[in-house]
Design a protein around this ligand. Structure first.
Ligand code: LLP
Length: 441
């Protein structure tokens, strides 16, 4: 987080709040979110892309009612991909015209809720859905704006990307097969739908704009084809090219992702060039960052429990440091081999104390329950010490589970020396919330 500091006493404060106070007041494991960090990243994206409403916060990365309010206040739009995310955005009074609904298998209930709320876009993902959505809109006498999700044949992750003509995946309409053009034909013909944008999403945790450039080129190619086929007059409402999310963040001090302004500049350049080439007017460029907005400003605070030295072959030892959470609050290490860093935050590190290579593990009944695969921690680390894992704002709470019936952690926001809970910790009572009365007899 931008407002994390280690004080002269060695204790870390987050936006001026002592991490020990946070742990005492709210317990551990605890997600701590730096509100100003979140808001400043919203603002940076808004400035980079020229208009805050062109930046759709991808709420799958993390969503609560309070955070939806912050996003609304910063003027951003929001991308939701389920009825649940839509309900949270609406509960926060998020302006409906700035909500876009995604998903490859939206239910009738989800589509209906979106149409009735008046969302600014439904990102259509199949022929079946085009027909279904058209009917839902016409039955209500409204015209629903839609974007078409295009599969561009680019798959990107961090430093690597693969570009192919075809793509073997569940999302979107393939460009190469002609499905994307056919989707546009059907949307243009549907009385209940209005085509407002073309959408593509190529992947996540991307550091290099070249994958986006290929995607942009292919989407503009489709746009040009549509202008030839249908004529520009019929495409007046088709103003926007949405290039999805994916901008990467630093998980450790070794990562150096490009700032949003750099990505925006590259995307604008490539789109401008392609449009000039094709004789098209410059479209609006929208994006859907999730991780890059919410990821960096949150830490997870854990309390150290058991510490075990295990002998390895060759006389080495590995120190296993167990914490009071694990794969239920951060599945990313186990699932994606994600790399995190972790620090002792509750007391000074004596410079004369050596550091030991540790593996920070959770308390789940599973050997793969690793939070941080390798990190250096002080030799004298002891039960009761607090550790913080950085950059856990995206896809940790939102992918949390109740595995082994562990309660979901609490989540607190800090700003200007003040802390407040956004999400309380689950309790033992919550374990029984879904049990049907009498079923256990
Ligand atoms: N837009 C669409 C259509 C998406 O599918 C996604 C992410 C985003 C935007 C936001 O991407 P971001 O800016 O956050 O990278 N659970 C994985 C990431 C899955 C992302 C799925 N879609 C992880 O923990 O790394």
């Amino acid at each position: 987080p931008r407002n994390a500091e280690r004080g002269a006493d060695g204790v870390v404060t987050l936006a001026g709040v002592d991490v020990r106070d946070l742990a005492r007041d709210y317990g551990t494991p605890l997600f701590v979110m730096d509100e100003d960090d979140f808001r400043s990243r919203c603002a940076e994206h808004a400035t980079a892309f020229g208009d805050p409403s062109l930046v759709h916060y991808a709420s799958k990365a993390f969503l609560s009612v309070a955070v939806a309010r912050w996003v609304a206040e910063e003027g951003l739009s929001i991308d939701v991909c389920s009825g649940g995310e839509l309900a949270i955005a609406l509960r926060a009074d998020f302006p409906a015209e700035r909500i876009a609904l995604h998903g490859n298998n939206k239910s009738v209930a989800e589509l209906t809720a979106a149409v009735e709320a008046g969302v600014g876009a439904v990102v259509v993902d199949s022929f079946f859905e085009i027909a279904r959505l058209d009917q839902i809109a016409r039955e209500r006498g409204v015209v629903q704006p839609v974007m078409i999700r295009v599969t561009v044949g680019v798959e990107a992750h961090t430093h690597e990307f693969i570009a192919t003509a075809h793509e073997d995946q569940k999302f979107g309409f393939s460009l190469s097969s002609g499905d994307a053009s056919e989707a546009a034909r059907r949307v243009l013909k549907a009385g209940g739908l209005r085509l407002t944008g073309l959408h593509s999403h190529i992947g996540s945790q991307i550091f290099d704009a070249s994958g986006f450039e290929i995607a942009a080129r292919r989407v503009i190619g489709l746009l040009a084809d549509l202008h030839v086929e249908h004529g520009s007059a019929k495409l007046e409402s088709l103003t926007t090219v949405d290039l999805g999310g994916g901008l990467g963040i630093a998980y450790t001090s070794e990562d150096d992702p490009p700032p949003p302004a750099e990505l925006a500049r590259q995307l604008h350049n490539i789109v401008r060039k392609e449009c000039e080439h094709a004789g098209l007017p410059m479209p609006l460029i929208a994006v859907e960052p999730g991780r890059a907005i919410v990821g960096p400003g949150t830490v997870t605070v854990y309390e150290v429990g058991t510490i075990k030295d295990v002998e390895l072959d060759g006389g080495h030892t590995r120190r296993y440091v167990s914490v009071d959470g694990g794969m239920s609050d951060n599945i990313r290490t186990a699932l994606y081999d994600a790399v995190y860093d972790c620090r002792l935050v509750s007391r000074p590190v004596d410079p004369d104390t050596g550091a030991v290579l540790c593996r920070v593990v959770g308390k789940h009944c599973e050997a793969g329950d690793v939070v941080v695969r390798d990190c250096w921690l002080p030799e004298d680390l002891a039960p009761g010490d607090l550790l913080a894992v950085a950059a856990t704002g995206a896809y940790c709470y939102s992918m949390a589970s109740g595995y082994n019936r562990l309660p979901r952690p609490a989540l607190a926001a800090v700003t200007d020396g003040q802390a407040r809970l956004l999400l309380r910790r689950e309790t033992e009572d919550d374990l029984f919330r879904l049990e049907v009365e009498g079923a256990g007899r």
